[in-house]
Design a protein around this ligand. Sequence first.
Ligand code: SAH
Length: 276
Amino acid sequence: MSDPDIPDQPATKSHGRLSIRASLTPRDLMEEPLQVRDAWRAKILTLFPEAFPGVLGLSLTGKALDLGLWSLETVDLRRFGIGKHLNVDDTPAGGGAGMVLRADVLDAALQKASESTPRDRSRWPLLYLSPRGKPFTQAMARRFAAADGLTMLCGRFEGVDQRFLDHHQVEEVSLGDFVLTGGEIAATALIDATVRLLPKVLGNQASTEEESFSDGLLEHPQYTRPALWNDLAIPDVLQSGHHAEIAKWRRARSEEITKARRPDLWQAWLAARKGG
Ligand code: SAH
């Protein structure tokens, strides 16, 4: 292609370790990375592929990415833009401020992204990060982690053409009751929460079983050395070595904190306990 408006980069870009084939030259490896077999995969439709992996490339999620325990692929929406200027958006029908991402552009990008993904949405959810979506929860993270992978659309500007969402029955997920400039931060948060639930990513599975939300309560306070800091001591019971007492203390603090800070979670927890 000689059109100077078309950036010289592939439509999709993968992050994560490659399963190396002897026949691939180094150049091929850079342009056509392969996913590690059966690893959880995230596909992200975005105008800003350079936002990824971002913080997901650091610490435990980054290490897991390097080890091939999960992989990340961005699909650059700009590559599917219309005309010489590769337009991806247009003015809102009915008037008003801002721009709306075009359904035909999004559809072309999704077709490309869907070439190698299962059609069954329980195996491969299709999400749009949106302030109008269902608030993201730990339960959703567990559902996404149990899938083979997922495809996410990050919006920008005023959002996306509703017909695209309706036609593809896209599940809308919100990071919370506030408005971001784009879906990339929300997608990053969603992937982080999901990937840390994948086997072997955290190394210590028990830590995801005890943390906030896993049993419907917020986590108890944590302490570490020094035992005395600023005249403040670690609660005696935590230094007693008495495991049953420690568990009892932690449970009581969890209940106290949940009740005070999140009456909604507290009520749900009480109801679930009654029901169960
Ligand atoms: N006009 C829209 C907001 C658009 S914000 C409205 O009022 O609903 C631009 C993009 O940022 C959205 O398309 C979405 O992808 C992303 N975004 C903004 N807030 C978000 C949130 N709370 N959760 C997830 N994505 C969000």
